[in-house]
Design a protein around this ligand. Structure first.
Ligand SMILES: *Cc1c(COP(=O)(O)O)cnc(C)c1O
Length: 376
């Protein structure tokens, strides 16, 4: 199946008794079981039918063999890291990952005697220099939050291959419609399903997709770490994915139009969008992405007061946390995702107080641009 078809049809549960075209929802947490050789079904075993339906659709979209669906993106990320890392190991992470991921790395991994390094993953020499004999994992996120930096996925996979490291990528910002990292050599693909996959700002989910043998290992840890998603939410995720391709295509188009509008605007300093030719990662993005995505950010000229005035002047676009939904929303990373960093740490990452991140929805671009223009 091609992508648009897979969005609609992959994984759908066919019920023999009641031939509905959509999957039935199997809410049972107690499943018939007598013989020890029978397969035990249980929600926390990540094996009830609605789990498998959502996972199968995601596999079709990410070109992976197998997948697991979790209760949140962080459940997918932490379960996967804790599956492959053990005492004495070292892991390399790209700079500027999702805040929750950084928090897990810096607070939880040391408790288990796991060491880590953060590197600028755009610099392949820096990655090679960080590799030690005990390095096990190389983890990237591209495009990244909130400056949409682009990491060359194939270059990272090549280094990892040479040193036999397991590679993970957080593909949340790109979505499987715009970027398929397993085709570019990554071992495991992680998603926050709360964002574009769910797509309607109304659910929490996460996922990991990979080859069969790696998912089987993650599954063993997932059973006891327990971050499963209940059948109703699995169904909601499956349903949401049916329109993923349509939504993301519109989000790509709208984001491109808004980025072009912002680039020309006198009240704007810098615009960060990989679709712009001026973006330092544009050429790599063109090579590894099928679309440039629905996320962008820009710096407003002025001070914090101007930023606040801008936010409260927006009528259609709402200031809100989270991203990836059909509604266009904005946030100020210095006050939200990166509030726990000191001003100096934000400075190092290039995140200014005037930086505004936009998660572009599926509305008419002209209405969004008119709203921005009025707020300016
Ligand atoms: C939101 C997000 C996560 C975490 O997902 P949750 O569903 O909130 O647990 C991880 N990575 C990225 C890039 C995100 O945007």
């Amino acid at each position: 199946m091609r992508k648009n078809t897979a969005c609609v049809h992959a994984g759908t549960i066919k019920c023999k008794d009641f031939p509905g075209v959509t999957s039935p929802i199997y809410t049972s947490s107690a499943w018939g079981f007598i013989d020890p050789e029978d397969k035990p079904y249980y929600p926390r075993y990540f094996n009830v039918p609605n789990h498998d339906a959502a996972a199968e659709k995601l596999c079709a979209l990410e070109n992976g063999e197998q997948g697991l669906v979790f209760g949140s993106g962080m459940a997918a990320i932490t379960t996967t890291l804790l599956t492959f890392l053990e005492q004495g190991n070292h892991a390399i992470f790209q700079n500027g990952l999702y805040g929750g991921t950084i928090h897990h790395i810096t607070t939880d991994l040391p408790k288990f005697g796991i060491d880590y390094s953060f590197v600028d993953a755009r610099n392949t020499e820096a990655i090679e220099e960080a590799i030690r004999p005990e390095t096990k994992i190389l983890y990237i996120e591209t495009p990244s939050n909130p400056l949409l930096t682009i990491t060359d996925i194939e270059a990272v996979a090549a280094i990892a291959g040479k040193h036999k490291l397991l590679t993970l990528i957080d593909n949340t910002f790109a979505t499987p419609i715009n970027q398929n990292p397993m085709d570019l050599g990554m071992d495991m693909v992680l998603h926050s399903g709360t964002k574009f996959l769910g797509g309607h700002n109304d659910m929490s989910a996460g996922a990991v997709v990979s080859r069969k043998e790696l998912i089987e290992k993650i599954h063993e840890s997932a059973l006891t770490l327990g971050g499963s998603l209940d059948a109703n939410a699995c169904y909601l995720l499956e349903r949401s994915l049916k329109t993923l391709s349509l939504r993301v295509q519109r989000q790509n188009e709208n984001a491109m139009k808004i980025a072009a509008f912002l680039s020309e605007h006198e009240k704007v300093d810098n615009v960060y969008y990989p679709g712009l030719e001026t973006h330092p990662g544009h050429e790599i993005a063109k090579r590894q992405m099928k679309g440039f995505g629905g996320m962008l950010s820009f710096e407003l000229k002025g001070d914090r007061r101007d930023v606040r005035n801008f936010l409260i002047s927006l009528k259609l676009i709402g200031p809100a946390m989270s991203l990836g939904g059909v509604e266009t929303i904005v946030c100020v990373p210095a006050d939200t995702s990166h509030v726990y960093l000191s001003p100096e740490e934000r400075e190092v990452l290039g995140i200014k107080d005037q930086l505004i991140r936009v998660s572009v929805g599926i509305e008419d671009a002209d209405d969004l641009i008119a709203d921005l223009e009025k707020a300016f």
